[in-house]
Design a protein around this ligand. Structure first.
Ligand SMILES: [Zn+2]
Length: 302
């Protein structure tokens, strides 16, 4: 997190521009005539001096902050503080109270953090020898509108991908949900496929084993994206039925073959306030849940 802060606010006095920020200028793509120094200014909040330059071609003046993603942010130091609070179990409103900001400003900063996610996700080099995946459930404001989160974890307990999908209500709430909110399409398979596709694109090398629970749709999807890779489906119900025959019956701790992914699901519920059970902090927009999860994902690597 500290490294990222340095990168965002890195405006040291040795900065020298390579390209002109003006898109109509010839130097926007190739450096030719160069730039002149044009003094500096001071940002009190960041305690930094920022160099200014003038393009010799188009005569436009710019600074080392012009090309930064947080350009024109008045309180640029709060971006990273907000990110840290969000992945440590604070809701947006509690972040606003802690950082002395209004809710509207906090929300705007939260939406801006998407820029950070895009920058950091491009840099990630994802690796997995053993890939485990599963789905966890949460709600979209009410239990009548459930959501499913596909989660992919490697052997080093790192979350590699998270995808949110809409799903219809189950059980006793199913009928009531259709009556009140209408028909809800099931996007789980589609999003699971999207997760596998993005992993296939971003993984440095293919995994040697893939593990999951015995959900009937998983086998087909895995065969579609990783056809020649060893795939183990762990059937917990089958194991429970034969438990009296196993040595583990008398042991207090039971071996969990999907520990990595189950542990990460529990961690997400603890670290992300909107996933917490029995809480009045819930997701109001599905895309914001996806953004919140992506923020957690990049926080593991920076
Ligand atoms: Zn220029």
């Amino acid at each position: 997190m500290r490294m990222l802060g340095l990168q965002l606010l890195s405006t040291n006095m040795s900065f020298s521009p390579q390209l002109c920020p003006n898109p109509t200028c010839h130097q926007h793509q190739f450096k030719s005539v160069g730039f002149n120094r044009r003094g500096y200014f001071h940002i009190k909040r960041a305690r930094q001096y920022i160099l200014k330059f003038q393009c010799k071609q188009c005569k436009k003046i710019f600074s080392s902050r012009t090309l930064k993603p947080d350009y024109r942010h008045k309180k640029m130091d709060l971006n990273l503080k907000l990110h840290k609070l969000l992945v440590e179990g604070s809701s947006l409103r509690s972040c606003a109270r802690i950082l002395n900001m209004t809710y509207y400003n906090t929300y705007k900063k939260f939406l801006w953090l998407r820029t950070l996610v895009d920058i950091e996700k491009k840099k990630l080099k994802l690796q997995a020898k053993e890939l485990q995946f599963d789905e966890m459930e949460t709600i979209h404001h009410t239990k009548c509108k459930p959501l499913s989160i596909a989660i992919f974890v490697n052997e080093n307990h790192q979350i590699l991908e998270l995808k949110v999908a809409q799903m219809p209500a189950k059980g006793r709430l199913a009928q009531f949900s259709v009556k009140k909110y209408g028909y809800r399409s099931d996007e789980r398979v589609e999003k699971m496929k999207a997760g596998f596709e993005s992993l296939k694109k971003n993984l440095v090398s293919f995994p040697s084993t893939i593990k999951s629970d015995a959900h009937p749709t998983y086998l087909k999807i895995v065969n579609q994206y990783f056809p020649n890779i060893k795939y183990e489906q762990i059937n917990q119900a089958d194991k429970k039925r034969h438990q009296d025959r196993l040595h583990e019956k008398l042991q207090k701790k039971r071996f969990d073959p999907l520990f990595n992914v189950n542990h990460k699901c529990a961690l997400l519920r603890s670290q992300i306030k909107r996933l917490c059970r029995r809480s009045w902090c819930t997701t109001k927009k599905v895309e914001n849940l996806q953004l919140h999860l992506d923020l957690f994902l990049i926080s593991q690597f920076i």
